[in-house]
Design a binder for this molecule. Structure first.
Ligand code: AHR
Length: 375
């Protein structure tokens, strides 16, 4: 667009998770669980790996976490560590994979050797888990997958998955962009978009990237200038944005950041390069779109430098605990469980987006809304 305008320089409810065995409360109306916000998260939790206790009355759970790449990830770790506590009847062994699948595979194998009661896996990427999960299954250890998905030959390698519909998140974001451009009279302009991708091969990247690519395919005037991986990390988000601004400069209208941490880095790069982030494309501002709705992401959204932040809910502690308790009672779990998520903006031009005939609210971000947030 800029070249024509010449202007630029879980509190998650459980009833739907559980086919048998647990009392439900406050459930939603579709196959998604939880609201857009929140259970507890205590950011003071220790994210280093922890060892097993030998109290045999406790349920021993091995949790293989990806790492600590983002605010979101830290909130997820805190939610799980603060829920699967000794007081709540758990002996949690937390293994930080430091962003490496090989570390996560090693952790699963160690959990098997330690004869844990359950394994929880948040997989960095979708592929490559079959043999480690087979070892867990052969040892009779139920595996619950959380957040991102695994792609395995045999789905009986895990008992249940709970996580986000990353494609839907991306579609809600691109629908918001479409509605914004229409509303502000940019509907027929050329719009140049850059995709700052998350870790390639992760469900979050696959879903969000595909949603953007699909939207670009259906909008003849949306151009994908570039796609660069930034690994869901702030420093990479900054670096990649610097490179892209150097290469494309005034041409960039929209930065589609696949998580908040990348957006923080992108905002730094935009400012340092002498640009402004915001809604006013005609005045040369760069529009930043983001995912997660972490505290800082929402503050940036309230201040208008992130145009829309589509939630990815990290508060899995209570949900996982209820899932384990159901299994302990001999109950079964649904195989696939989506969490329900919200979307936030400080733009007042519309308050819903429609995807496949379903209307989703876009929450106008105020201090009062911010106060209800727990991560
Ligand atoms: O898998 C969830 C994604 O991973 C979140 O969007 C991101 O912040 C995290 O690192």
């Amino acid at each position: 667009m800029s070249k024509f305008l010449n202007a630029k320089t879980l509190n998650i409810c459980l009833c739907l998770l559980l086919a048998v065995g647990l009392t439900a409360a406050g459930c939603g109306t579709d196959d998604r669980v939880g609201g857009g916000s929140n259970a507890s998260s205590d950011a003071s939790a220790d994210y280093e790996s922890s060892d097993a206790s030998d109290d045999s009355s406790l349920i021993t759970v091995g949790f293989s976490q990806i790492g600590a790449e983002s605010d979101w990830r830290i909130a997820e770790s805190a939610s799980i560590q603060n829920t699967l506590t000794v007081e709540n009847g758990y002996n949690l062994i937390f293994e930080n994979g430091q962003q490496k699948q090989e570390n996560q595979l090693k952790a699963i194998r160690e959990f098997v050797d330690q004869k844990v009661d359950y394994i929880i896996l948040d997989p960095i990427v979708e592929s490559g888990w079959d043999s480690a999960l087979e070892e867990a299954r052969d040892a009779g250890i139920p595996v619950i997958i959380v957040d991102r998905e695994v792609e395995v030959e045999d789905e009986s390698l895990y008992v249940s998955w709970v996580g986000s519909d990353f494609y839907l998140e991306g579609v809600r974001c691109t629908k918001w962009l479409e509605a914004f451009l229409e509303k502000e009279g940019y509907g027929d302009e050329e719009i140049n978009i850059v995709d700052i991708q998350g870790t390639l091969g992760s469900s979050a990247q696959i879903g969000r990237t595909k949603a953007l690519e699909d939207a670009i395919d259906t909008h003849g005037n949306w151009n994908l200038l570039a796609q660069e991986e930034a690994d869901f990390v702030q420093a990479r988000g900054k670096e990649v944005t610097q490179e892209l601004i150097e290469k494309y400069g005034d041409k960039i209208d929209v930065l589609y950041c696949e998580n908040d941490s990348e957006a923080y880095g992108a905002l730094e790069a935009i400012g340092e390069a002498g640009y402004q982030a915001g809604y006013n494309l005609a005045a040369g501002e760069i529009m930043v779109l983001s995912f997660d709705a972490a505290e800082r992401g929402l503050t940036d959204t309230k201040n208008g430098v992130i145009a829309v932040d589509t939630e990815c809910n990290p508060l899995y502690g209570e949900t996982l605990s209820s899932m384990i308790k159901t299994l302990e009672k001999g109950g079964t779990l649904l195989k696939t469980n989506y969490v329900r998520e919200a979307q936030f903006s400080a733009y007042t031009g519309f308050s819903t987006v429609i995807v496949d005939n379903v209307t989703y609210p876009v929450t106008f971000l105020t201090d009062a809304v911010m106060e209800t947030r727990e991560y």
